[in-house]
Design a protein around this ligand. Structure first.
Ligand SMILES: Nc1ncnc2c1ncn2[C@@H]1O[C@H](COP(=O)(O)OP(=O)(O)OP(=O)(O)O)[C@@H](O)[C@H]1O
Length: 721
């Protein structure tokens, strides 16, 4: 270490060593460590980093340590109390690993060891002292059934598991044992072991890795390995980039993507529309944001724009905020339009000054209620004289008539009604058509349009002009209506990298069952699946997945999706279910819970309360406000605890989440279910949608999940230990 690796000086004065700029890298773990420091210590860290520019290593007090498991680890003085831990990568390159109070820094530094993965060639960190401790504590004979009996030593090596760990893995018989060893292992190897332990066959785990296998790995060459590990080591281009990273140290995703996410987001070319699936919290949004920036950076000046769109305005706002943090370059930002699909449709449909008022949900509901009440009767399968319900008529309009752009009774009479349950006789179709027409006329008379109608009109308008975008990226795609897909298809010319779609069929909470191929969006051969959940703890995920029925959901590509290999990287407490006698005591318990979170310094906006109905939202907001707990009001820009319906929780996340009012009679919502006797298929579908809704709600929690009900619990709530 002749010269302290100063990229700042190199940049300012030109290369001093004549071999190009020396570099400083940061290791992923450095960011949370930095984020947790007081501002005063952060400033001292910033100053120490700057010294890399100005000093030789002597000036930096880079120290080797006696007893270190890794000869390349050094510590560096930050101030009187703190030390940084640094890895020498060779060639005057260093990676910042951690910053801790003096004794902890030394303990961290002597315990860690960096190795190069023999299969993937990536740099890995392990807690060597912790592994030794585990081996001592668990020094017992192999269990009769080991967790990895189906994996041969050769397979372990092929999958990049270090040979010296194999004897230790043979004594592991349970998931709990694996988890207690887990945090000490290299992250990538743990990921592979968890995959194997969750029942994935060796060949499937291998297939996930196959693209990344490197031949001729030099396990001594840390620097090359570090360059192959962008998910753990980021080489910064200079002080501006480093400052940008350190300014938002919690946004780890900005700098470090999982290899699969990186492959998906940074692929040079998809020959046509690409679909990324993955269940809750797997980083679909994050991947879409990176893709948007990647594509926008490649657009030539005046060479078109990227559209980044999603389901609601709130989600689009959130995308916009995250995008802002991902790229500081105003030219790149200016090339990306972030807008919800509804707003996009409205803007296109009202272009040229046309005045349109959007029918709000309540107004539309009232029209459907009125027609259902006064509408025709028929004799049901069960032999009752019955009417078509408002929900049935509205869905028939949305899911059949608007979805297929049916404009005449004749067309409707012959139209397929896939996914709509019980068939309708010709006379019933006439009755339904009459009711739909009446509501449509009523809307026209009042000069109102629904969002779906607007999307339909906007699609027709868009088809008549040259497509305004070069690339379209769609988040939360599982819930878009066919009319919205037609609109998006019309906004971008078919070709390479035209559409990049993100969707999770297990989070479908509206009735739109779409086949993209039928809408001219062919993703076959270009679908990828993300499986690692970054948001939620293992325990929360475990409970959430139990809510789903186990039936495979059908994806936008028409294929059955799977939750195989879906897993979380973090551990936490088991979610708590509180059973209350009545609503008052349930609300009291909620106040207590939220109050405790606030006392524990959880920010109000990091707390969410999800419920099934709008009435409960109102009641809980009032209850919390009365207890002097701030409740967010986004329209008025008021910060506070976020109380919302499960539908509105889509796409969001909270450090602490309460999902309350989980009573039988509230969830599944009786008004959202077709009657089991009269429409068994529709009933089953509706029930599945309610399950997905609860799944969406539960998976919004990051660290802590609290559940409660009054009286009999919802049948959708799984038994909790
Ligand atoms: N590679 C990563 N490293 C660290 N954090 C990540 C990574 N990828 C995603 N995250 C974090 O995980 C959380 C979930 O990510 P994101 O919202 O993109 O997932 P999603 O698949 O869109 O989720 P959902 O479908 O449930 O809305 C976010 O907090 C995000 O910042």
């Amino acid at each position: 270490m002749a010269d302290g690796g100063g990229w700042i000086a190199s940049r300012a004065t030109g290369s001093r060593n004549g071999e190009g700029m020396a570099e400083l890298a940061i290791e992923r773990g450095f960011l949370p460590a930095y984020a947790g420091l007081q501002r005063r210590v952060q400033r001292a860290v910033d100053a120490a980093i700057s010294k890399f520019a100005e000093h030789t290593h002597a000036g930096l007090h880079l120290e080797k340590l006696t007893g270190a498991r890794d000869p390349n680890i050094r510590t560096i003085r930050i101030d009187q109390f703190y030390r940084g831990v640094v890895l020498s990568l060779g060639g005057q390159k260093y990676a910042l690993l951690n910053v801790l109070p003096h004794d902890e820094a030394i303990a961290f530094a002597v315990s860690r060891r960096f190795t190069v993965n023999q299969a993937l060639g990536v740099l890995e960190m392990r807690d060597q002292a912790g592994i030794e401790e585990f081996a001592r504590a668990e020094a017992s004979p192999a269990p009769s059934v080991g967790l990895f009996d189906h994996v041969s030593p050769a397979d372990f090596l092929r999958l990049g598991v270090d040979g010296d760990l194999v004897p230790l893995l043979r004594i592991i018989g349970t998931d709990q044992q694996l988890e207690s060893l887990g945090g000490r292992l290299p992250e990538m190897q743990l990921d592979i072991l968890r995959g194997l332990a969750s029942g994935l066959p060796v060949e499937e785990v291998w297939a996930e890795l196959a693209d990344r296998i490197v031949s001729g790995v030099d396990t001594e060459d840390l620097l090359t390995a570090a360059r192959r590990t962008p998910e753990r080591i980021a080489f910064v281009s200079g002080p501006v980039e480093l400052a940008a990273i350190l300014a938002h140290p919690f946004d780890v995703w900005r700098t470090f993507l999982h290899p699969t996410q990186r492959d998906v987001a940074y692929r040079e070319t998809y020959s046509g529309p690409a679909l990324v699936t993955g269940s809750a919290g797997t980083g679909k949004t994050v991947t879409g944001l990176h893709r948007a920036v990647f594509l926008a950076e490649r657009l030539p000046e005046g060479g078109g724009k990227v559209l980044l769109t999603t389901f609601t305005r709130a989600l689009a706002d959130s995308l916009g905020r995250q995008l802002y943090r991902l790229t500081a370059d105003p030219a790149v930002r200016a090339r990306i339009d972030v807008v919800s699909v509804d707003k996009l449709a409205y803007e296109i449909a009202t272009r040229g000054g046309r005045k349109i008022t959007v029918a709000d949900g309540e107004t539309a509901d009232r029209l459907w209620e009125a027609i259902a009440e006064s509408g025709p009767t028929y004799v049901s399968r069960a032999g009752h004289v019955t009417t078509f319900s408002a929900a049935f008529l509205r869905r028939e309009w949305e899911q059949v008539v608007l979805a297929q752009q049916l404009t005449t009774l004749e067309a409707y009479r012959d139209a397929p009604r896939k996914g709509r349950g019980e068939g309708l006789r010709a006379t019933q179709r006439e009755q339904v058509w009459g009711a739909i027409e009446a509501v449509r006329r009523d809307l026209t008379k009042r000069r109102l349009s629904t969002h779906t109608q607007l999307a339909d009109e906007a699609a027709s308008i868009a088809r008549q002009s040259p497509p305004p975008y070069r690339h379209v990226i769609v988040d939360e795609g599982q819930d878009l209506h066919p009319a919205q897909w037609r609109l998006l298809r019309a906004l971008v010319p078919p070709g390479p990298n035209d559409m990049f779609l993100l969707a999770d069929p297990y989070q479908r909470i509206y009735d739109n069952h779409v086949s993209l191929a039928q809408l001219g969006i062919e993703v076959r051969g270009r679908t990828r699946r993300l499986t690692v959940n970054y948001r939620t703890t293992h325990e929360i995920l475990d409970l959430s997945v139990k809510v789903l029925s186990g039936d495979a959901a059908v994806g936008l590509d028409g294929e059955g999706d799977t939750l195989r290999g879906y897993r979380s990287l973090t551990r936490g407490g088991v979610p708590k279910v509180v059973a209350c006698d009545d609503r008052d005591s349930e609300f009291e318990a909620l106040i207590e819970r939220v109050g405790t979170w606030l006392e524990q310094d959880v920010e109000p906006h990091a707390i969410g309360v999800a419920v099934r109905t709008g009435q409960l939202v109102k009641a809980i907001s009032n209850t919390l406000s009365d207890a002097h707990i701030p409740v967010a009001d986004h329209q008025r820009g008021v910060d506070g605890v976020h109380v919302a319906t499960m539908h509105r929780m889509k796409g969001l996340e909270f450090q602490c989440l309460a999902v309350v009012g989980l009573d039988a009679g509230v969830l599944p919502a009786p008004y959202a279910l077709a009657t089991a006797t009269e429409d068994p298929h529709g009933h089953k579908q509706d029930l599945q949608r309610e399950r997905c809704l609860l799944f969406v709600a539960l998976t919004r929690a990051r660290d802590v999940l609290y559940l409660s009900h009054s009286g009999t619990p919802s049948s959708l709530l799984p038994a909790v230990r």
